[in-house]
Design a protein. Structure first.
Length: 212
């Protein structure tokens, strides 16, 4: 049995991603990889009244392959933080626990960040705090080319193109009340924001229920 897992750092990753912080005894986050397009490294998926919405952080430097993830710069010429926060507020303003958590997230969306990794790291650490998960979590010292037999390499496994496919033997999405469920039905494996705003302190219980 593998007791450790290697992950990339994601931007408000889906429920599946955060279930790994409960499933494994230790979690290692890769911080010396090259940026990869088409991933959750700079995007998240939430649910609006009209269906799913992908929120992408615009990138200035390093948006192409072969750039170290810690050097990828955010394009702050536009108002992406304001637009993301407004989209989140519109989607979850009527959720049971939006008011409970909104100030914590809003503070990060009002702070200017130059580098993608720094922003995602702060958001990620806030999510773990709000979930009340204290994992044995470390960051890599160098790029990990190959993991040991005790560590599952899950980098770039959870992607926007497959995040709703049931291809993970350790995870099975379980339904919970969502804001627009009456018109959209249950949408599995959305951003962890959806779980937090809909279930509040019970979000961690739902995460545990999703583990196989």
């Amino acid at each position: 049995m593998q007791h450790s897992i290697l992950l990339e750092l994601q931007y408000l990753g889906p429920v599946q991603y955060y279930s790994k912080f409960l499933k494994f005894e230790s979690v290692v986050i890769e911080q010396h990889e090259n940026y990869r397009k088409g991933s959750f490294r700079n995007r998240c998926i939430i649910a609006s009244a009209n269906g799913t919405v992908s929120l992408s952080i615009p990138l200035l430097k390093g948006k192409h392959q072969q750039t170290n993830i810690q050097s990828v710069a955010i394009d702050n010429h536009g108002k992406w933080q304001l637009m993301h926060w407004r989209s989140i507020q519109t989607a979850y303003g009527n959720s049971p626990f939006f008011d409970y958590y909104k100030d914590d997230f809003k503070a990060l969306f009002e702070k200017k960040y130059e580098l993608l990794f720094h922003f995602c790291r702060d958001v990620h650490e806030l999510v773990l705090e709000l979930l009340q998960i204290v994992p044995n979590c470390t960051y890599t010292n160098t790029y990990v080319k190959k993991t040991t037999v005790d560590t599952l390499d899950f980098r770039s496994f959870i992607l926007p193109k497959n995040f709703q496919q049931n291809i993970d033997p350790n995870f099975k999405a379980k339904a919970y009340p969502q804001v627009f469920e009456d018109r959209l039905g249950f949408i599995p494996n959305l951003s962890i924001l959806d779980l937090l705003f809909c279930l509040g302190p019970e979000a961690v219980v739902q995460l545990k229920n999703c583990l196989n």
